[in-house]
Design a protein. Structure first.
Length: 290
């Protein structure tokens, strides 16, 4: 598989058509070099200021939820037009036609068919300011290259979320992220590297970059794109497959082979994947001194 991941510089589209053109331009840059493209969490929220009837984060959220189906259609059309597998980041959408809003990441096939992964763990901003709720449990996606998973940003900071996907057969985890500080970016990046080590799998991440003072939601962004693998035989000593420059709009590309994952799980210096038994760790107790 040829994978491309983008550090998306937040822009200021003035309409849905304008956002569609920006999305198309970014995909056109990378489609000739990749089979699957990964974009950041909430990248499409750059459209919200142009649609919002009320200023502020709440107004931008309401506008994007209302436009959710139209934005999803734009993403789907882009994947079809460029005949590419596309994980276009995430967008806020209503869950099951109800009032609750979830953070939803589509995976779109070149023929336009879609499947979804919702975010499971909410950040403080999502829970306390937006009221975004927990969505569906971890899933895996069938692709021509085997099973893959999507863990949205904060979800990648929790071992059990990725582990559930790996236990179901995923060898690659996609992590669309959106972080507004270096602290946030490194929390996700360090967690992504840890997930690659403990599961002996590939983890790819894409983040938002740039200042957007016109947006209450995406006003500050700090991130990069990267792909990580097991720090073991056949891989780089630090586990980095490729890593983009911090806060620079750029694609990173990597050729990933599921066979390399099977090999390291069988022949690596360690066998994290096998040795994670799946059994619950006993509760820690106080150790006695004598």
């Amino acid at each position: 598989m040829r994978l491309g991941a983008l550090a998306w510089e937040v822009g200021r589209p003035l309409s849905l058509a304008d956002f569609a053109a920006r999305l198309d331009a970014r995909i056109a840059e990378a489609a000739p070099r990749a089979d699957l493209l990964l974009l950041p969490e909430y990248a499409c929220m750059e459209l919200a200021p142009a649609l919002a009837r009320e200023a502020g984060c709440a107004g931008e959220l309401a506008a994007m939820v209302e436009a959710g189906e139209a934005v999803l259609a734009v993403m789907r059309a882009a994947a079809q037009r460029h005949s590419i597998w596309l994980q276009p980041g995430s967008l806020p959408m209503r869950a099951g036609g109800g009032r609750e809003v979830v953070n939803r990441a589509p995976l779109i096939r070149p023929d336009g068919a879609m499947a979804f992964q919702d975010k499971w763990h909410m950040t403080r901003f999502e829970a306390e300011q937006w009221g975004v709720g927990r969505g569906h449990a971890p899933a895996v996606f069938e692709t021509p290259w085997g099973l893959i998973g999507v863990s949205i940003c904060y979800d990648a900071e929790f071992p059990d979320h990725v582990r559930a996907q790996v236990a179901a057969g995923a060898w690659l985890i996609l992590v669309p992220s959106c972080t507004d500080t270096a602290h946030g970016f490194f929390r996700v990046a360090i967690s992504a590297r840890a997930r690659a080590v403990e599961n002996q799998c590939f983890v790819a991440m894409a983040g938002t970059t740039g200042a957007a003072p016109w947006s209450a939601t995406l006003d500050e962004n700090c991130g990069a794109a990267a792909v990580y693998g097991p720090a073991d035989r056949g891989f780089a000593a630090d586990g980095v497959v490729v890593q983009g420059e911090m806060d620079a709009r750029a694609w990173v590309f990597a050729s990933l082979d599921e066979g390399a994952i099977h090999t390291v799980r069988a022949e690596g210096q360690v066998r994290n994947h096998r040795d994670w038994s799946g059994a619950a760790m006993p509760r820690a107790v106080a150790a006695g001194f004598a």
